[in-house]
Design a protein around this ligand. Structure first.
Ligand code: SF4
Ligand code: SF4
Length: 189
């Protein structure tokens, strides 16, 4: 069987990953370079090469563990694994897809609550203003995580030094940004 034909028969989570990201789990030959270089592998239940191995097994029970893991949320998308991989496997892109799927299916790891809150606040800031509005992001994040008063003593200092803008800077064509968001939401449904 040719290599391409072999890839096309991937099923389960590996098949979905292939369809949505182009990442072929079967291309991984378990050299471990990604896990060795990953700055966060010590915090992960399954370092990147383990995730690849689990996808190769096409075992539904193990795949479920990946979707419920903290691993996919700890990934920083730093691309160290990608740059070290002799097969150019785009692990960060795959992790992104796994995060989206995990949230969509209500399987996000409870330990990732604050990370998810930050993601949502960040995206809301971009969606509303067209760029990052730090004060809005901070207030939104703190409200979501019930930590409104934490680090508040730093705010006056940062404001007086011009490190934070009280008012957001709005870009002109915000409707284009909204369209990108709605296109991406439809695509991921
Ligand atoms: S992109 Fe994620 S998995 Fe890859 S090295 Fe960075 S933190 Fe680790
Ligand atoms: S570096 Fe690439 S080939 Fe090696 S284990 Fe990681 S994903 Fe697989």
């Amino acid at each position: 069987m040719s290599s391409e034909a072999h890839q096309s028969v991937l099923s389960g989570l590996a098949g979905e990953v292939l369809e949505h990201t182009g990442v072929k789990a079967n291309s991984c030959y378990q050299c471990g370079k990604c896990s060795a270089g990953c700055p966060l592998s010590g915090e992960m239940e399954y370092p990147p090469s383990y995730v690849m191995r689990i996808l190769q097994t096409e075992d539904a029970e193990l795949e479920e563990k990946i979707l419920r893991s903290f691993t996919i949320w700890v990934c920083l998308t730093c691309e160290m694994c990608y740059s070290r991989c002799p097969m150019s496997i785009d692990i960060p892109k795959m992790m992104d897809f796994l995060r989206e799927k995990s949230i969509r299916e209500g399987k996000a790891n409870p330990r990732a609550k604050k990370i998810i809150a930050f993601h949502k606040s960040f995206l809301d800031s971009i969606r509303t203003t067209g760029r990052l509005y730090e004060v809005g992001l901070l207030v939104d994040y703190k409200a979501r995580t019930m930590t409104l008063m934490q680090d508040m003593v730093l705010a006056p200092k940062m404001l007086s030094r011009g490190k934070l803008n009280i008012f957001p800077e709005l870009i002109k064509e915000r409707s284009k940004v909204s369209k990108i968001f709605s296109r991406s939401t439809k695509k991921n449904k």
